[in-house]
Design a protein around this ligand. Structure first.
Ligand SMILES: [Ca+2]
Length: 481
């Protein structure tokens, strides 16, 4: 037996919930619908009576197939329906599956691989508008009937090809806004919906007044009556985290909405470094009357090539590269971009009609100096190796120039980077500055630095001689071993 319920919406303080409370006779399938309204819906998908989404239910390992209709490529692929992950926000296309705009849903097959006693089927969705509610018919089959058709398209009645109608679900309501977070739970009070291998969802749009009536489905769970208790899906971190730094003086937005798989890493690993280092960089690179941007955004882009770039106060990070470097250079490369966000040398041209050009090698060398020599000196990323020595020029940019800046800082002027930065930002940079600060032209400094590198890296005739030379130069401990 089956019943189909439309449950009116009710709002409660703390959580808006709809709950089927109809008295059911023995053996009747029960459909429970709950809705968290926009105000109360959160990333933890918590409902009053419906369990939180699971990451270890029978659907996690099942095969999902679209039998009819077309997936909207703006959303996630089929795996988002059973990956044990839920969206962190109410409008996160990549974490939901929905059918193409302008179409009326479609049919979805779940093959559990073998017949199981199904205890409960739960479906979850979330959207601020009419793509929140769920409208579908659910069929089940053991696949054993002679007439069984595993993939009946629209126009073929499932009940005529080996399927049994389990429930008709429609969570729409005249009394509430459509938007919100919905949970639907289908179960039989006896404990089992039956033993089935296949499930077929015939999914309909919620409205056709515009093209956007297809529901954002976040997860489908199938609970096996004979399996151990399932594990709850981890609560999703918000895909846009605002990192407050220096007591709220700075706000750095870390946006992983295009790349949810990086959200946890960004929250755990990146955010603390950003919080500590953005104010530090602002303090390292001051100039008169200048305040570093109060708001900066770091956006992870799923299709971007390369590593990262900065335009104004917007840092873009190429997700593909980051995924491969999470344990290596990922965070340091963001520190490098944060330096660019603080540098803001473009403003010189707006405030100084005679602004001089900022040499690219110095701009990048400074960003790598902060990164390699101050943020992560232990990684030795800016050290010139014997192999790189031949190409080492002070203006070779990035980490080579960082090495040069570090050497000038230690040997001649602790404030050289600060002075260079102030000159670059005000459009007053010229090479005379090096001579003024150190008594040598930048070329002379470059030559001396290179000689020091050569002495340090030259293959020693014997270790003893080498050590003696290094000590004579007053640089013990910097032997480049
Ligand atoms: Ca999911």
């Amino acid at each position: 037996m089956r019943i189909c319920m439309r449950i009116p919406s009710l709002s409660f303080v703390g959580m808006a919930a709809l709950l089927a409370s109809a008295l059911l006779s023995h053996g009747e399938i029960k459909v429970v619908v709950e809705r968290n309204d926009g105000e109360h819906a959160t990333a933890d998908f918590k409902f009053k009576n419906i369990p939180r989404p699971s990451s270890s239910d029978a659907a996690s390992q099942a095969a999902f197939v679209i039998v009819d209709g077309r997936r909207d490529p703006n959303g996630g692929d089929l795996d988002v329906l059973h990956n044990g992950r839920v969206p962190a926000e109410d409008d996160q296309p990549s974490e939901n599956l929905f059918f193409r705009a302008g179409t009326d849903g479609g049919r979805l097959l779940i093959d559990l691989g073998a017949g199981i006693e199904i205890k409960q089927i739960n479906t979850y969705s979330w959207h601020p508008n009419t793509r929140g509610p769920q409208v579908y018919h659910l069929y089940a089959s053991d696949g054993k009937g002679e007439a069984f058709n595993a993939q009946p398209k629209r126009g073929t009645e499932p009940e005529k090809c080996g399927w049994k109608l389990i429930a008709k679900v429609d969570t729409r309501s005249k009394d509430t806004e459509a938007g919100g977070q919905y949970g639907v739970s289908i179960a039989d009070p006896d404990g089992s919906l039956g033993k089935y291998r296949y499930l077929l969802f015939d999914i309909f749009r919620t409205e056709d007044t515009d093209g956007f009536g297809n529901t954002f489905y976040s997860e489908i769970d199938v609970l096996d009556r004979n399996a151990p208790a399932v594990v709850e899906a981890p609560m999703a971190q918000p895909a846009r985290e605002i990192v407050e730094a220096d007591g709220g003086k700075y706000e750095i937005t870390v946006d992983t909405s295009e790349t949810p798989d990086l959200t946890e890493w960004a929250h755990q690993q990146l955010a603390p470094v950003v919080r500590e280092w953005y104010p530090k960089i602002a303090d390292l690179l001051p100039s008169e009357g200048y305040a570093a941007p109060r708001k900066v955004s770091i956006v992870f882009k799923k299709d971007m090539a390369g590593v990262a770039d900065t335009a104004g106060t917007r840092i873009r990070c190429a997700a593909k590269w980051f995924r491969q470097n999470l344990k290596g250079e990922a965070i340091g490369s963001v520190v490098h971009e944060l330096v660019h966000a603080v540098q803001q040398y473009g403003q010189a041209r707006r405030t100084n009609p005679n602004a001089t050009r900022s040499p690219g090698w110095l701009v990048e060398g400074m960003a790598d100096y902060v990164r390699w020599c101050l943020y992560e000196p232990q990684s030795h990323g800016a050290e010139v190796t014997r192999r790189g020595l031949a190409r080492a020029k002070y203006d070779a940019s990035y980490r080579v120039s960082a090495n040069f800046l570090d050497w000038v800082t230690k040997k001649y002027d602790k404030s050289i980077v600060e002075k260079l930065n102030a000159a670059l930002r005000t459009g007053n940079y010229n090479e005379e500055l090096w001579r003024k600060q150190t008594g040598h032209t930048v070329q002379e400094l470059g030559d001396e630095w290179k000689k020091a590198l050569e002495a340090k890296l030259a293959p020693p005739p014997s270790a003893a001689t080498s050590n003696a030379v290094m000590t004579a130069q007053g640089e013990p401990g910097k032997t480049g071993q």
